[in-house]
Design a protein around this ligand. Structure first.
Ligand code: NAP
Length: 301
């Protein structure tokens, strides 16, 4: 039976470490770290994520604000919000909550975020720093996966890793981070032929395809480390019951085979939020001159 890579527990350790770090630097800084979340429209899942991020900020001493535009907001209006936040000295981190309405150009909005406040690590400058292996703000979800693997004691050097998904948000930076940890990385996507064969060869499998239950037991060889990034809401089966969350991996079938596995919920999700907090505190420390540009706040032990 696989060991669970517990993101809930590790995220709590990160929060303890960050809370101490904020308290330690507060007097020198003069003001707490500030995170602004820009939300456009009323996507219900985004509403839940934004609330969770705000609550997590509160727990570590980050001052958060939500700038909520209606779905009808123009590109110019959202751009103006971002520009004001760029110029606001008490705002250390800016996050554009995705997805945004299709009427808006997400690429242009992400480009407008000051790279030093880009706590989602999605600005081309920060993505470029990642590719070059230079310090900078890193994409939260793959950084969270790397932290989970490190804390789980998974040796990545020379390991055959398969990443399913090649989005800018998850798959691409995930592949680069694994490669930089000296894994031998294969990237799979919707046009990959014989995906099941690739999966069966992998010693580390990161599923980020956004396809519920894509990876079953017959795709996983015994002893594989399985990381499930996918998150999907399964509607209630019967009236009066509650819906549940699931991932891209059929957890019950794969757990007996894998050496390590992340649950959904409680795996990658909480770590994404923890890395957002790390990035915000890092940007704040940078602004106050009390921090070094490290990729990650040191792992709590
Ligand atoms: P995305 O932008 O839709 O990208 C999905 C990627 O998977 C694409 O590269 C796509 O290939 C590939 N793909 C889709 N179907 C596939 C299939 N059947 N076989 C192989 N590859 C396939 O999604 P995303 O933003 O990367 O997110 C992926 C999943 O992670 C979603 O479920 C999302 O909700 C979840 N997520 C979770 C967290 C968290 O904190 N837990 C954070 C972010 C995202 P093409 O490039 O060829 O289209």
């Amino acid at each position: 039976m696989a060991k669970r890579l517990d993101g809930q527990m590790l995220a709590a350790l990160y929060e303890t470490s960050l809370r101490a770090s904020v308290a330690q630097h507060l007097a020198t800084a003069g003001s707490p770290p500030g995170l602004a979340v820009v939300r456009v429209g009323d996507d219900p899942a985004s509403g839940v994520y934004v609330r969770k991020k705000a609550q997590a900020c509160g727990r570590v001493g980050i001052k958060s604000q939500i700038i909520h535009h209606p779905a009808t907001a123009s590109q110019q209006e959202v751009l103006e919000s971002i520009r004001q936040l760029n110029a606001n000295p008490s705002c250390d981190g800016i996050l554009l909550q995705l997805p945004i309405p299709a009427t808006l150009d997400a690429r242009q909005l992400l480009l407008a975020v000051d790279p030093d406040k880009d706590v989602d690590g999605l600005h081309p400058l920060n993505l470029g720093r990642l590719v070059r292996g230079e310090p900078g703000l890193r994409s939260c979800t793959p950084a969270g996966v790397m932290a989970l693997l490190a804390h789980g004691g998974i040796a990545l050097e020379g390991i055959r890793a398969l990443v399913i998904g090649r989005s800018i948000l998850v798959g691409q930076p995930m592949g680069i981070m694994l490669q930089q940890a000296n894994a031998t990385v294969t990237m799979a996507h919707s046009r990959t032929r014989n995906l099941s064969d690739h999966c069966r060869q992998a010693e580390l499998l990161v599923a980020a395809a956004g396809q519920p239950g894509l990876v079953g037991a017959d795709w996983v060889r015994p002893g594989t480390v399985v990381v499930d990034v996918g998150i999907h809401r399964v509607p209630p089966q019967r009236q009066g019951t509650r819906g549940r969350l699931c991932g891209d991996v059929r957890f019950a079938a794969v757990e007996p085979l894998a050496s390590h596995i992340t649950p959904v919920p409680g795996g990658v999700g909480p770590m994404t939020v923890a890395m957002l907090l790390c990035n915000t505190v890092q940007a704040w420390q940078q602004r106050c001159g009390s921090g070094v540009r490290t990729a990650l706040v040191p792992l709590p032990r």
